[in-house]
Design a protein around this ligand. Structure first.
Ligand code: GLY
Length: 423
C-alpha cells in the first residue's frame, strides 16, 4: 500500500513512523512534511488546503490511501476532493468536519444526541458582550467560534481578562463562544469512526497551558501522556457509549456520516464525561504518545476506516507500559515564537530506543544546520514500563537537545505520578 500523509507537524511525523512499522505499507510520501519527516519519507511540496493540489499529488504518487493530519484541509473539503478522485482518504468530509470547524454545529449535534457538554452562548457583537458575561462565571471560558489551534481559548477567573479576550476576538470579526466551566480532569479519547462503527484508541491527557503547574496562556499543547493510570478501566467504554457512539449515530442520521478520527476532549466530572470539544483529526501532542504504543499495523486500521470496513479488522493491540510526549517550544511561544535558532542534539528520529525525537517546526538551513521554524519545534516521546520510566526517558533525551530560548514543561504526567489527579 502506498500512502500520502498530508501535514507538517510532529503528529504527522508520528503517523509516518507508525505507518513505516506496517509491513503492508510499501511507500510513504509526506507533503509538505518537515526536516525530520524527510528522514523517513519522500517529502513533496503541496498546498495542504487545496483539494485539487492534494488530489493531483495523490494521483502522481499513485497513493492507495491519503491520510490528512490537520483540521484546516478537512474543514475546507480536501478529503472530499481526494475521494472524488477515486482515492481512499482517511479524514472526514467538510460536512462532518464541522464537528470541529463550527462550535455551533457541534453543540447542535450534541444536543440532538443527548450528550453532556457545557452550556454555551454565541456572542456576535460587542453590544451583547457584558450581559452575556454576567450570565457566566466565576470561571469564564471564552473561545473563538472557529479554528484557532487551541490558542483562541481563554479560561480565567478574572472577568476583565475574559472581557478583554472576547472583545479582541470580536474586533477581529470572530464570533465568540462563552461556555460554562466543566469540572474534572481532562481526557482526550481518539476514536476511529466509520459511520456508526467506533473503535477507541488509548486515552491520553494533554497539557494545554504553557507553564508548569498549568500556568500561563493556552497553547496548541505542551505535552501528553498515555494511558491514564487514574482513569477507571470502564471509562473508555462509558465515553464511547455515552458520547462518541451517539454523536457518530447522529451524524449518520443527518447524512453527514463521519469517516476518520473523532477526537473527544472531555472533562471527567462527578456526573460522568462531558464534552469540552470535538476535533475531526488526531490530536497533537497526544498522537505522538499514543501511536508509540500501537502494535497493530496502522495502515490497515486507517485504510479500513477510509473504506468503510473498520468493523472487519481486529481491534488495535497495544504494547504494555506508558508513553510521554514533551514538546520543546521556541522562544516566545505561544505569543510570537521566534524562528531561525539552531537546534543541536536532535539526532536521527528513526530509533526504537526508549525515546524518539519527532519534528514539528523545523527546517534545514542552506548550510545544513537544523533550525527552528515554528512555535512547537520538537516532540520528544519517551516510553517505559510505567509513567515514571517514560517521563525519565523523555526528559533524559530532551536534556541532550539545545535550542536557544527553547522552553518546555517539566511536569508532563507528574500529577498522575504523584497521585494528585483522579476521579
Ligand atoms: N491536543 C489538542 C489538539 O490537538 O487540538
Amino acid at each position: 500500500m502506498r500512502v500520502l500523509v498530508i501535514g507538517s507537524g510532529a503528529r504527522e511525523h508520528a503517523l509516518v513512523l507508525a505507518l513505516r512499522r506496517d509491513p503492508a505499507v510499501s511507500a510513504i510520501v509526506a507533503a509538505p512534511g518537515n526536516a525530520g519527516i524527510a528522514q523517513h519519507a519522500q517529502v513533496r511540496p503541496v498546498d495542504p488546503s487545496s483539494g485539487e493540489s492534494v488530489a493531483a499529488l495523490a494521483r502522481e504518487a499513485a497513493a492507495d490511501l491519503v491520510v490528512i493530519g490537520p483540521e484546516v484541509p478537512l474543514v475546507l473539503g480536501v478529503a472530499d476532493a481526494v475521494r472524488a478522485a477515486g482515492i481512499a482518504c482517511f479524514g472526514p468530509s467538510a460536512a462532518a468536519a464541522r464537528i470541529e470547524g463550527s462550535k455551533a454545529f457541534a453543540k447542535d449535534v450534541m444536543a440532538a444526541a443527548g450528550v453532556r457538554t457545557a452550556h454555551s452562548e454565541i456572542v456576535d457583537t460587542p453590544a451583547e458582550l457584558d450581559a452575556a458575561l454576567d450570565r457566566f462565571g466565576p470561571t469564564w471560558v471564552v473561545k473563538d467560534d472557529g479554528l484557532a489551534a487551541g490558542k483562541g481559548v481563554v479560561v480565567t477567573p478574572d472577568r476583565s481578562d475574559a472581557r478583554g479576550h472576547a472583545a479582541e476576538l470580536l474586533e477581529q470579526g470572530h464570533p465568540v463562544l462563552l461556555e460554562s466551566f466543566l469540572d474534572g480532569p481532562e481526557v482526550s479519547l481518539f476514536c476511529l469512526v466509520d459511520g456508526e462503527t467506533v473503535v477507541p484508541l488509548l486515552p491520553a491527557q494533554d497539557h494545554k497551558r504553557v507553564g508548569d503547574g498549568d500556568t500561563g496562556p493556552n497553547t496548541g499543547g505542551m505535552g501528553a501522556y498515555t494511558p491514564l493510570p487514574w482513569l477507571p478501566g470502564s471509562a473508555v467504554e462509558q465515553i464511547v457509549d455515552e458520547v462518541v457512539a451517539p454523536v457518530a449515530a447522529e451524524l449518520v442520521r443527518r447524512g453527514d456520516s463521519f469517516s476518520g478520527l473523532l477526537y473527544a476532549g472531555l472533562a471527567m466530572g462527578e456526573a460522568g464525561p462531558a464534552v469540552v470539544e470535538f476535533n475531526c483529526r488526531f490530536g497533537d501532542p497526544e498522537t505522538q504518545a499514543v501511536l508509540s504504543l500501537l502494535e497493530s499495523p496502522l495502515g490497515e486500521l486507517l485504510y479500513a476506516t477510509a473504506t468503510g470496513t473498520l468493523a472487519d479488522v481486529p481491534a488495535p493491540r497495544w504494547r504494555g507500559g506508558s508513553a510521554v510526549t514533551v514538546v520543546l517550544a521556541a522562544e516566545y511561544y505561544p505569543a510570537r515564537p521566534r524562528s531561525g535558532d539552531v537546534i543541536t542534539g536532535a539526532g536521527d528520529a528513526a530509533t526504537d530506543d526508549a525515546a524518539t525525537v519527532l519534528h514539528a517546526g523545523t527546517a534545514l538551513r542552506a548550510d545544513g544546520a537544523l533550525i527552528s521554524a515554528g512555535g512547537r519545534v520538537l516532540s520528544i516521546v519517551g516510553t517505559g514500563a510505567d509513567l515514571v520510566a517514560a517521563r525519565e526517558a523523555a526528559y533524559d533525551r530532551l536534556a541532550g537537545i539545545k535550542l536557544t530560548g527553547g522552553h518546555y514543561r517539566s511536569d508532563i504526567g507528574l500529577a498522575a505520578v504523584e497521585g494528585r489527579i483522579g476521579l
